[in-house]
Every structure is written in structure tokens, then in C-alpha cells.
Design a protein around this ligand. Sequence first.
Ligand code: UTP
Length: 296
Amino acid sequence: MKGVRAAVIPAAGLGTRFLPATKAMPKEMLPVVDKPAIQFVVEEAVAAGLDDVLFITSRGKRALEDHFDRNTELEVALQEKNDSDRLALTQESTDLARIHYVRQGQALGLGHAILMAENHVGDQPFAVLLGDDLIDERDPILPRMIEVREKFGGSVICLMQVPQEDISLYGCAAVAPTDNDDVLEVTDLIEKPAVADAPSNYAIIGRYLLDPAVFEVLHRTKPGRGGEIQLTDALLELSKMSPETGGGVRGVVFTGRRYDTGDKLSYLKAVIRLATEREDIGPELRTWLAEQDFSG
Ligand code: UTP
């Protein structure tokens, strides 16, 4: 079985839920306190041993590309000031991994974005990380997903139990048990089901380990919900295919800390939660929050 080295990070979406902030700025660059959300995602991939990172980008993502390049002008200025702390912060994102970019010419869906990785990834299994989900570094899930792929083959998705009334915000999986408590066999997948139609409260969150067979499936996946080529549709097809052709999908159940940064309210909650845990600003922020009267 081949190991997993490549992480694909789709970042070619339009970011409409954050307008007007994202009119001229990638949503992936929105700061979580002082670090762009996307840097957390790259750090997570690297911590799991995935040192080959491929971003799927599009028009208007220049700031994201610049963030992972060196900024020599800034570095020289900080060196002249002997500001080694800020110099280290500036350089942190440039030395993380081998970073590559490929463009998705048109936002035709997450499945279509992943298809753009085909030439780079070839016939290797690879991880996909969505920037809308931040996984707390204290609760890593990718290493477990890699183990499950090594054991079962096929593809592995990440499932999280959510309150039943929230399931219509997510892709939802119908599941059957396996011998491992934290691993489920995926038997069906439905993108954003009505609460009454949801087969479970297992939501798909933005971490995937995909067998390269996904490319052949995506090539023939027709536009689905919203007129977009949906990764969920391709995963459903993979779940029905035999192991000999790269089929089979298992879900690893995630019970750790995850922060949603995909919409305004969740993003604000994520920023506040993570800010309160910081050593530098956390204590003062917690005191301030406790003192506030939010009754209007
Ligand atoms: P989202 O559904 O969150 O879409 O995509 P979005 O454009 O980023 O944000 P909103 O909904 O308009 O606010 C999920 C992930 O898939 C990527 C996005 O960048 C995001 O990481 N994506 C989506 C693409 O790369 N290409 C696409 O065509 C669609």
C-alpha cells in the first residue's frame, strides 16, 4: 500500500458568505486573531507528515500565494530593527512545506476543484483539507485517517455527530459499524439533507483521504446540487465500487475540538474561543468578556 504524502487544499471558491470582505480578498486569508485561517490548515497537514501541499486557487487569490512566499522587504526591515520575534512569525509560513498551485478556471464545485489535482497527485492516495474547518492541533485526526486507509484501503472521510437539527447544513452519511469503534462503513451519502430525510446525524467535515480512483469517478460525475460537481456524489459512487477498483469509503468519527470558519457567526465564535486560550491576550479578553453586558 502506498503512503500518503500529498495534501490538496481547495481554495478556489467565491467566498460569498463573507461579502463584502471577500470581494477582493480570499476568505482563506481571514485572520484567526493574527494568523490566516489557511495557515492553520497547512500546519495540520505538515504535522501529519504531508509535506507536499497543492492549493487549488483561482482569480483573486494572490494574497494567499504571497503569504506562503518570502517577503524579503519585510524581513530586511525586521532584521534592521533586530525584531527577531516578528521576523520568525514572518518566516513561519514560508518554510512549512513544498507548496504548489494549480488554478481552477471556473468555480464549478468542490469535486471539479479536486479534479484539478489529478496531474499533480497521479496514482497516489492523497488528503484533502478544507479551510472552512479548523481542527485543534491538540486533537489531530489525519494520522488516524491515514491508519484507517492503510488498514482498509479505499477512501476515508471524517464524520462528526451534530445536533439532528443542524444536519441539513452538512453532507450526511448513512453508516454501518465495523470492528473498530471509531470507524464506520459508509453506506450512503446525502448532501445537505432535509432534517426529516437525514439517515443519521453524522456530518461530513472537511478532511478526506481519497483513493486516486476518485479522479476517474469525478470525470464522469455530472453537476449535482447547485449545478456544481459535488465531491459527495463522487464519494457515494466510490462507496459502491469494489476494493479492487479503489472503491470503499469508511468514516472516522471525530470527537475532538473543531472550529467552523465558513460563515460569519461560526467564524466569530472560533476567533473568540481561540483568542481566549492565548497566553498573550487570553486572560485580558476573558476578563473583558465576563464584564460585558450584552443585553443591549
Ligand atoms: P464552499 O461551499 O464553502 O464555497 O466550498 P465557498 O465559495 O468557499 O464559500 P461560500 O459558500 O460562497 O461562502 C467548500 C470548499 O471548496 C472550495 C472552497 O474554496 C472551499 O474550500 N471550492 C468550492 C473550490 O475550490 N472550487 C469550487 O468551485 C467550489
